[in-house]
Ligand binder design. Structure first.
Ligand code: NAD
Ligand code: TYD
Length: 357
């Protein structure tokens, strides 16, 4: 069957990107899905091993910061749409090494915007759908909430970490290309995700891994900070909906309506893990260790997703209890994946695999 759309997904070997790629490859056999990923420490082709043989899927290893490579790739492939997820995504790393975030999140996004603008202005003659650039972003661009209130699409940007500042910058650039050049764009800002294939430097997978291995579970500060957690497959479903039905030039907030104080969430995870590992109740909680707070630690994030719910009909498909159960089960069943990502084994493998290209 000939494909009717060529879609470039960036960062498809990462946590959220792999769920988006898997969903699009499976649900849209009429689309040719290209996954462009640098395979940093956070990206890993094992995340897509169930998808890699599909006839509508192509993997390309490459760096969005490399302008010549990006321009050539777009000139050759003439994509009909881009879903941009590639990013440096961990706040703590952005505090120790901001420049990586500036390069990938800002310069990389501008390279993609420029290449996208060229293809949009000179499309493939066989293109059947109007061009679209979909930028995937975070609620962290809105800054930190007090004890009450929710982030709306109209909330002014107030990023406070190098990560959120780099994402805010990329969001502004995407909208600037829309306003200045009329590039057709759409954007979403999502709350904290959790689920399978989550790199174990982020709170939920790190806690699961440490509890499993009887290692201390670090709680920053007093554990009073609040996050709004969304199951990653529900985020992928929102991206699918916004990609197909979202209005050009609009932003949609995506969130779980599921706020948890870090300490309460960690205690819940300890309970779930005690049951799964047949430990006496209260055993895992003893691993909780209070550590020095993250500098500039945002107190609270919470999303108002009513625009997405009312205008496009999205809603989360699982409760937090169900999502967490699926997540914990996945991590316990995928010990080899955890060992390989934490030891950097996949990295060594890719370096060998791609060194001759
Ligand atoms: P991740 O760190 O798990 O994955 C990022 C992917 O991008 C990796 O596969 C990595 O190899 C790739 N990448 C990094 N630099 C690259 C470069 N220069 N060129 C090409 N590829 C590169 O991130 P994630 O958690 O899956 O987040 C994906 C997107 O969603 C990001 O844009 C992030 O800002 C956004 N987001 C994340 C969350 C969350 O809770 N994780 C919430 C809202 C929005
Ligand atoms: P994280 O998963 O890094 O996501 P983000 O910083 O993007 O929200 O952290 C989630 C929350 O958990 C955040 O308030 C920081 C806190 N945290 C800890 O208390 N201990 C940890 O070991 C980590 C990684 C995070």
């Amino acid at each position: 069957m000939p494909f009717n759309r060529k879609i470039l997904i960036t960062g498809g070997a990462g946590f959220i990107g792999s769920h988006v790629v898997r969903r699009f490859v499976k649900n849209y056999p009429q689309y040719h899905i290209f996954n462009l990923d640098k395979l940093t420490y956070a990206g890993n082709l094992e995340n897509l091993k169930d998808t890699s043989e599909a006839s509508n899927y192509t993997f390309i290893r490459g760096d969005i910061v490399d302008q010549t490579f990006i321009d050539e790739l777009f000139a050759v492939e003439k994509f009909d749409a881009v879903i941009h997820l590639a990013a440096e995504s961990h706040v703590d790393r952005s505090i120790t090494n901001p420049l990586d975030f500036i390069m990938t999140n800002i310069v990389g996004t501008v390279n993609l915007l420029n290449a996208a603008k060229s293809v949009w202005q000179n499309p493939n003659s066989q293109s059947q759908t109007p061009f679209l650039f979909y930028h995937v972003s975070t609620d962290e661009v809105y800054g930190s909430l007090g004890k009450t209130g929710l982030f709306k699409e109209s909330t002014p940007y107030d990023p406070r970490s190098p990560y959120s500042a780099s994402k805010a910058s990329s969001d502004h650039l995407v909208m600037a290309y829309h306003h200045t050049y009329k590039l057709p764009v759409v954007m979403s800002n999502c709350s904290n995700n959790y689920g399978s294939h989550h790199f174990p430097e982020k709170l939920i997978p790190l806690a699961i891994n440490n509890i499993k291995n009887n290692k201390p579970v670090p709680v920053y500060g007093k554990g009073e900070n609040v996050r709004d957690w969304l199951f990653v497959e529900d985020h992928a479903a929102a991206i699918d909906l916004i990609f197909h039905k979202g209005k050009i030039g609009e932003t949609y907030n995506v969130g779980g309506n599921n706020e948890w104080k870090n300490i309460d969430l960690i205690k819940l995870l300890c309970d779930v893990m005690d049951k799964k590992l047949n430990r006496e109740r209260g055993t895992s909680e003893k691993l909780i260790t209070y550590v020095t707070d993250r500098p500039g630690h945002d107190l609270r994030y919470a999303i108002d997703s009513s625009k997405l719910q009312n205008e496009l009909g999205w809603k989360p498909s699982v409760t937090f209890e169900q999502g967490l159960e699926k997540t914990v089960n996945w991590f316990l069943a995928n010990e080899e994946w955890l060992n390989n990502v934490t030891s950097g084994n996949y990295q060594h493998y890719y370096e060998k695999m791609y060194s001759n290209r």
